[in-house]
Design a protein around this ligand. Structure first.
Ligand SMILES: [Zn+2]
Length: 171
């Protein structure tokens, strides 16, 4: 079953996640559930804490429309400043130019525990930074100017109230 996506601000989104140590069936199930939530929301990436699970794993979308999982990722190198229009499944319908790096070198494990190292630029580098940010407890709105951030925060608090009401009435 697809899990619900947690809306920012929420503690699970602003707290760094714990490393994955068990590469067994539980991880496979979690990744499957995250992938369902990602497809349902038509996103290009999703982190475990976005479905309420504080573990260091995410799905990352490639430019060709395919996806792969990253587990215990680390950014090894960053270069080139760029500002990109960014949004997030946990901050629905809000987009803002956000400062990022053009290129990153990332080390991560796959679901079997095998390590990989990739250099990415452009869109893929952007998704890596966004997802690894989530795992570090950082949502993109933290990178925006304080005024912009508080405007988005107000909107999200209202949205949380609406969604809470809907849930109660069983809509
Ligand atoms: Zn996000």
């Amino acid at each position: 079953m697809a899990r619900d996506i947690v809306i920012w601000p929420h503690k699970v989104l602003t707290t760094p996640t714990q490393p994955v140590t068990d590469f067994g069936e539980n991880l496979t199930t979690l990744l499957d559930e995250m992938f369902e939530a990602l497809k349902k929301a038509e996103g290009i990436g999703i982190a475990a804490n976005q479905v309420g699970v504080p573990l260091r794993c995410s799905w990352v979308g490639r430019e060709d429309g395919t996806f792969f999982e990253i587990i215990n990722p680390q950014i090894l190198e960053r270069s080139g400043d760029v500002t990109l229009e960014e949004g997030c499944l946990s901050v629905p319908d809000q987009f803002a130019p956000t400062p990022r790096f053009h290129k990153v070198k990332v080390k991560y494990q796959d679901r079997t525990g095998a390590w990989h190292e990739v250099e990415a630029e452009g869109k893929l580098a952007h998704v890596f930074q966004h997802e690894i940010g989530h795992l570090d407890g950082q949502v993109f709105v933290e990178l925006l100017a304080p005024l912009k951030r508080s405007l988005i925060r107000e909107k999200m608090l209202k949205l949380q109230k609406t969604l809470g009401r809907r849930k109660k009435s069983g809509e």
